[in-house]
Design a protein around this ligand. Sequence first.
Ligand SMILES: Nc1ncnc2c1ncn2[C@@H]1O[C@H](COP(=O)(O)OP(=O)(O)OP(=O)(O)O)[C@@H](O)[C@H]1O
Length: 462
Amino acid sequence: MTTIADERFAAARALLGMVEGMIDGATLVDRESRVVWFSEGQLALLGKTDLAELVGQEIERVIPHSRMREVVETGHPHPLDIIQYGDRWLLVTRLPLRDETGAIIGAIAFALKDSIPYLRPIAERLHQMQSRLSRMEQAFSAKRAVRFTAEHILGASPAMRQLARLLRRAGEVGSAVLLLGETGTGKEMAAHAIHAASKRMSRPFVAINVAAVPENLLEAEFFGVAPGAFTGAARQPRPGKFQIAHEGTLFLDEIGDMPLALQAKLLRTLQDGEVEPVGSNQPSRVDVRIIAATSRPLADMVRAGTFRQDLYYRLNVLPIHLPPLRERAGDVELLATRFSEQTAAAFGVAVRPLTAAAVARLERHDWPGNVRELANVIEQIYVRSDGARIEASHVADVLPAPPEAAAEAAPDLDLAAAVARLERSMMAEALAQAGGNKREAAARLGLSRSSLYAKIRQYGMG
Ligand SMILES: Nc1ncnc2c1ncn2[C@@H]1O[C@H](COP(=O)(O)OP(=O)(O)OP(=O)(O)O)[C@@H](O)[C@H]1O
């Protein structure tokens, strides 16, 4: 005689029979977790052919890791589980079966056919998000690492001793700082040192060079992008430098190159302590200390109306002037010696001390590119000449000849050096004409801003 349970099992089998094409395998067990039925597909998965010999066996004897008993005993379904059969991965659903009084009479399980490919888009998205996260974590910890402290900033001149005091003080107070100085005077280094001396030192230090980022990307770079802000944009939100620098320090290099429209948004952010990603009207709070830097005469720009006065006051809470190298003659020897040691270590060669004449020759130079130019000159000497020491002649080979000597100089047949000299002088001219504005100078030279930047770095100039 057939019981209610038998009827229900028969109904379940009939139902599964109707969707046979969509499932890889199906299993029915009774309330003692004994096998009632396996579908053809399930038998194949198990490597069996004879259903009759399996019916009535406890499910674990046939499928050792089966979780059907759990479902029968708890009455809780497992709507989605991923299991492995040999080398196949299946998405399995297990449901309890009940009679009309609600009592459990067994359980049913089925694996959706080709279910794993259905999962692939989700798995890939998860994978993408995980790798994004780990890239961001890496970037975070790299940025968080303190690169320079005040001790790295070399200089025994009174101007530099005063600077070291100011940087430490700036670290303590936590207000906005404006670093003023020519290119290559160590503004970025100073910003690192302030961060390292502040209570934010274990939080991120994030730098952005306003002049080096194309104008149309600046806003997104600063404030981030809301998910799907523009067609084709990533659907996930992209954090801006403000969000990345949360609780840390944001270094805004070449702030004088910031377009006026963005200056307004930056001011709002600083006033409200909230950022609004591009394409979103939902501001979020950020706690960021700002250190801005510029090699341009910001006060003059305010007068000329190219830099907002209110933003200037907001940033100029603690102005720190970084003296150009030509005003720190006493430091040239110290810096050149240190750069010689660093270059030797980087090239894996013996250190070449500088002769007194070489130092004197370096001290006569005007250093438009400041400390970066000096570091570059020393490195070029290592590349272009041999010898146990750095002689005045090595310096002269690398530095442009002083004006009075130029007339007597032998014709220079070194094409690369001549091209470099021409490039340098045209770049210096374009920068001077553009009042230090790199955007404008690049346009005058017919270069992209990033190429101009690369050349400025290459030649250690501004
Ligand atoms: N006082 C110093 N002691 C040691 N190294 C220095 C000093 N000042 C600058 N440097 C070195 O000179 C190079 C230029 O410094 P940095 O990038 O900080 O200058 P900057 O003023 O920010 O330049 P820019 O405005 O062109 O970006 C760096 O390699 C830095 O390590």
